[in-house]
Design a protein around this ligand. Sequence first.
Ligand code: HEC
Length: 135
Amino acid sequence: MRIGRVRSWETSVGCAARVCGLSLWALVSACGPGGDMSGGSSCPMDTPVSCPSGTPPSYADDVAPVIAARCGACHAPNGQEPSKLFGTYTQVFAQRTSVLGQLHACKMPPAGAPTLTSDERRVVLTWLVCGAPNN
Ligand code: HEC
């Protein structure tokens, strides 16, 4: 019975990023690939464990356009979060750890804003895991 209760709790919270962040156990057991929140959004939590071999994605060609499109409207001087700007490489690099955390857990973009495609996620997360080079 105890297991059943835990399982239904798990199902009901699904992959809500803020909840999963509270417990590694919940992260591992409830938030694997395909984890789905009852609200309908899902977070793949698909950050690569290490930088893959080969050339990392390019900041200028691959990453900057995604950040501009998906984050730039709010993280702008006249946007909702003017204290965290991502308009230049230096700004993104300085905040790379929190950007990685927010992206990994699907906390940003916030609910209601258009999210990244799986390709865009892969590019940005891979670039971050590769040390966020200015390439
Ligand atoms: C719809 C507007 C909006 C969009 C789009 C958006 N953000 Fe945010 N972001 C906010 C707001 C508002 C805050 C401050 C409040 C909060 O943390 O929820 C914030 C906070 C943050 C923080 C700091 C969080 C913390 O707790 O330290 C980071 C990092 C961040 N955003 C990264 C991003 C990235 C990366 C993207 C694009 C992939 C993005 N945001 C897209 C509105 C937005």
